[in-house]
Design a protein around this ligand. Sequence first.
Ligand SMILES: *Cc1c(COP(=O)(O)O)cnc(C)c1O
Length: 392
Amino acid sequence: MIVETNIQEVKKRENSLLIIKKIIQSDGRNQLFDITGLSGGFLLNDDDLKLLETYVGPAIFEDQLLQMGKKHLGGEKVLGLNRTSSGILATILALVRPGSYLVHYLPKLPSHPSIPRSCELVGANYIEFDNLENFFIPDDTSLIVITGSTMDHQVINVEEFKQIIIKAKSHSKSSDGGVPVLVDDASGARLRTVIFNQPTAIELGADLVVTSTDKLMDGPRGGLMSGSEGLMNEIKSKAHQFGLEAQPPLVAGMVRALESFNPKNLLNSLEKKHELNKSLNSKFKGFEETPTGVMISPDVLKSQIEEKGIKTSLSASDISFAWAMILLKDHGILTIPAVGMPGASPTVRFDLAAKDAKILDLDELTDLILNSLKTLLKVVDDPEKCKNIIFN
Ligand SMILES: *Cc1c(COP(=O)(O)O)cnc(C)c1O
């Protein structure tokens, strides 16, 4: 494997950031096309900037975040966090006892790594399911997590969501009858509701929900959490003890992003994705639609390459990483495998709801993607070359 350890993932990311810097310095920001769907944004105005002080900032912006966060997610009490991962960690630190179980249900494996990693940190047992038939809740369970939409935008079926809630609420072995449910709705808080017309996590009966303010909305990378007052008080206290809470500039950015959130932007990407998927598949098979774009899974990409008679010793994820680096270096197209944090999905996904996706017309984007695949086919049988492409 070329990219195997967390440290190698960080090295790959550092290489990508250097490439991005070079593109921006030589060609300008508009020659970089960030279609990760996580472009972030900071819609602050001049008056906001004067109020970003240590204590003034929270006084002003946390109350606004409460109002806007309740509108977006429901719930009684809202907390801004440095990242969604920080919200997951704070919740597990606050609610999960050492030696007890955390049960995770998600529409499709794999889980976001922050959930099992946080369990490891507190010494809790982590079990996960992507199939309702096998799902069960051990007696000593502290927390149930439902992922509303995975890293690859696989969205949960709403009936399954309801079933898990019923099982959690009726679990009688815990002292107060029922186990608290946290929904990891990083992208789901918008994908599930806007594209799939599902109710919010809180409306579906969850106690807690966390979402990423840079996923499918124009906010800074951060975690926005809401839920019942009692649980949120415990989580907020843990977050402050370990420095996981969002600082004033982040909170202000979240408030302005929530104010400007417009579901229409997501809905507009729907038609375009059918077209892109069709034109890509006519030249290179294996692309599939996501809720707001297209993707090709690493395993499918590898098998498509092998079907063309090209032999490669690279793992599926390494092929995906090499392709993401070619997309970035040769064409300025930024996707998650190039810049993701360790453990992020290796799937190359083109998100048409991203701001920059509107700059490129679909024919242009199709050509760039197909050209990058041609380059990949030329180097994929040579592990040394691919290693150079990934790490420089
Ligand atoms: C993106 C994502 C996270 C983590 O968000 P960060 O801001 O990177 O911490 C967690 N869970 C899921 C399902 C995600 O898609």
